[in-house]
Write a protein that binds this ligand. Structure first.
Ligand SMILES: [Cu+2]
Length: 163
């Protein structure tokens, strides 16, 4: 069922927008993570630094990542640890801004859609997880929770990769 939803979402994405050329055989659009500007899955043994990112809701009705910004050196491999301290499901997806926005639209149309991409993780309340990632290129990237409504309530952050 989940694959069917993603297949439909994938078609909508490719029909609706000029998308970077690439392999769309898997997942719902990104497919080939090797070609992502933000980098690629890294080897745990290469990670010299661990950053813990907490997902939460606060009493003001905001939904947040803490920290909401990350500074990385190009070529650096980082172990990103995630803790969902909120009461709701949250996700983390990192990419270039335009891709985040495209995904956001897609999630609004297909709220059940799940990311099974290497650059994303979804956690239920209380869960933890991690992504080991090599940030290949200098540039400004974004991370976000694209569960409908969460971005608007504050669930976004910046990744700055410098040379
Ligand atoms: Cu969220």
């Amino acid at each position: 069922m989940r694959h069917l939803i993603m297949a439909v979402a994938s078609m909508a994405l490719f029909a609706g927008a000029a998308h970077a050329a690439g392999n769309d055989a898997g997942g719902h659009g990104h497919g080939d993570t090797e070609t992502m500007a933000i980098g690629e899955p890294g080897e745990a043994a290469m990670a010299k630094r661990t950053v813990t990112i907490t997902m939460l809701e606060n009493d003001e009705g905001e939904m947040l990542f803490k920290p909401a910004s990350l500074k990385v050196k190009a070529g650096e491999t980082i172990r990103l640890k995630f803790v969902n301290r909120g009461e709701l499901d949250h996700e983390f997806v990192m990419d270039v801004h335009d891709e985040i926005m495209e995904h956001k639209e897609l999630m609004a149309k297909f709220p059940e859609m799940e990311h099974d991409d290497a650059n994303a993780i979804r956690l239920v309340s209380g869960a933890t997880g991690e992504i080991v990632w090599t940030f290949a290129n200098a540039g400004d990237f974004q991370f976000a929770c694209l569960i409908p409504g969460h971005y608007e309530l504050g669930m976004k952050g910046e990744i700055t990769v410098s040379n």
